[in-house]
Design a protein around this ligand. Structure first.
Ligand code: C6P
Length: 413
């Protein structure tokens, strides 16, 4: 994820103008939205696609023989095609549409891990993972007797690959590491992590929730076996996301849930399952969400993910400089390879107070443990304040944030 160059056609004002939510005032101040790692705002085309679907095409998928059902199916399956192309998957059959990253990781843990792992096997994760890449593995360990091992990080929140190497053995069955840390912004060297895991025969999963909004992802180049992301962080709606898995692994896996859509034949004596990816999509799916996701992925690809990465790198550098000049601030997460996250604490003020008071100046950030409590513990803090960037943010947003932070701090000390 080294910084690509920004095309001179990149026009942040034109991008920003496409977001209705950004055009409002909050507490009488222009909204400065810096909580993009929690969820990003949606461009008008995504809102319109969902509106169009419910206004004209609303129907159930795969079942009907009528025009609306065909259109709904085309919208839904079209989103799968777009997602496959977005991730550079071999085929759209490798894309399972799910609720989001959390569901995707649980699906792998239960669908892949549970029937295969046993006592004595090991699962490796990183120290600064989101809870959704920790808890499903802890549950799997409880169910199978496998053991969870953790790759430590250095003081810059970078994974220590020499320690990782020591953890790997023929006991290692699964390695699951986030592509980009939501709490601290570290970009992990997934390609290298995957190569090292494959050398001992382990299967590799990467949580791409925070990578897909900020950089081009090519699952084949990364060399992983599974990749998960959420639509709502990449300018799409909530309640939809995708799991990519290598076809042969998905084929070999058991379904995660039973019900309609995921079967071939059902009799009272037993059932046979549908082919991939449908065997993992029991029940009526989030059709409108998929339509919105497809539109969002096309929108961001149209800007160009290299442009997104280049622009956000400039913003991150500017934000880091402004924040480091601030008296009494400690930035947590100082990896050399980092994306779009400014996590920080003050010596003399609580992160939660900063988060709620800065809102009075129209600035939206997040404060808390960011669903990454082990990461907080590693850096000796209970919580951080976190400003997170998106492609529509500007240096002016960062200036407004710093100015509001000064006023907030003065109110607290
Ligand atoms: N992080 C944040 O504020 P879901 O909820 O399934 O869409 O995504 C979960 C998830 C998984 N992995 C990473 C790296 C994430 O950042 C998130 C969501 C949000 O940082 C909400 S806690």
């Amino acid at each position: 994820m080294n910084a690509p160059a920004l095309a001179n056609t990149f026009d942040v004002d034109a991008i920003r103008a496409q977001f209705p939510t950004l055009q409002q005032e909050v507490h009488g101040k222009p909204l400065v939205y810096l909580d993009n790692a929690a969820t990003s705002q949606k461009p008008q085309c995504v809102i319109d696609a969902i509106d169009h679907y419910y206004s004209l095409d609303n129907s159930n998928v795969h079942r009907g023989v009528h025009a609306l059902s065909e259109r709904a199916t085309q919208g839904y399956e079209g989103a799968r095609e777009t997602t496959a192309q977005f991730l550079n998957a071999n085929s759209s059959n490798e894309i399972v549409l799910v609720r989001g990253t959390t569901e995707a990781i649980n699906l792998i843990a239960q669908g892949y891990g549970r029937p295969r792992l046993k006592a004595g096997d090991e699962i490796i994760i990183g120290h600064i993972e989101h809870h959704s890449n920790i808890v499903p593995w802890q549950m799997l360990c409880e169910q199978t007797g496998a053991e969870l091992k953790v790759i430590p990080v250095n003081d810059d929140a970078e994974l220590q690959l020499d320690e990782y190497q020591k953890l790997l053995s023929d006991k290692t069955k699964i390695v699951s590491v986030g592509h980009v840390s939501n709490a601290l912004g570290t970009i992990n060297p997934i390609k290298q992590i995957a190569e090292m895991a494959h050398a001992v025969g382990a299967v590799v999963i990467s949580d791409g929730a925070q990578a897909t909004p900020h950089t081009k992802v090519d699952v084949q180049d990364l060399g992983v076996d599974f990749y998960a992301f959420s639509g709502h962080k990449v300018y799409g709606p909530t309640g939809i996301g995708a799991l990519w898995g290598k076809a042969e692994l998905l084929e070999a896996m058991s379904p995660y849930q039973g019900g309609g859509e995921m079967i071939k034949v059902v009799s009272l004596n037993g059932s046979t399952y549908n082919s991939i990816p449908h065997k993992f999509e029991a029940g009526t799916p989030n059709i409108a969400g998929a339509v919105g996701l497809g539109e969002a992925l096309k929108w961001v690809q149209n800007i160009g993910l290299d442009n997104v990465a280049a622009w956000e790198n400039e913003l991150l550098a500017y934000g880091t400089k402004r924040l480091s000049e601030f008296d009494g601030v400690r930035i947590i997460g100082t990896a050399a390879n980092k994306a779009s996250i400014l996590s920080f604490v003050f010596d003399d003020a609580h992160a939660a107070d900063i988060g709620s008071l800065i809102d009075r100046f129209g600035v939206a950030i997040r404060a808390g443990h960011h669903c990454a409590m082990p990461a907080m513990e590693r850096f000796g803090v209970g919580a951080t304040a976190r400003a997170s960037l998106a492609v529509y943010n500007t240096n002016a947003d960062i200036d407004a944030f710093i100015e509001a932070l000064e006023k907030t701090r003065n109110m607290l000390v």
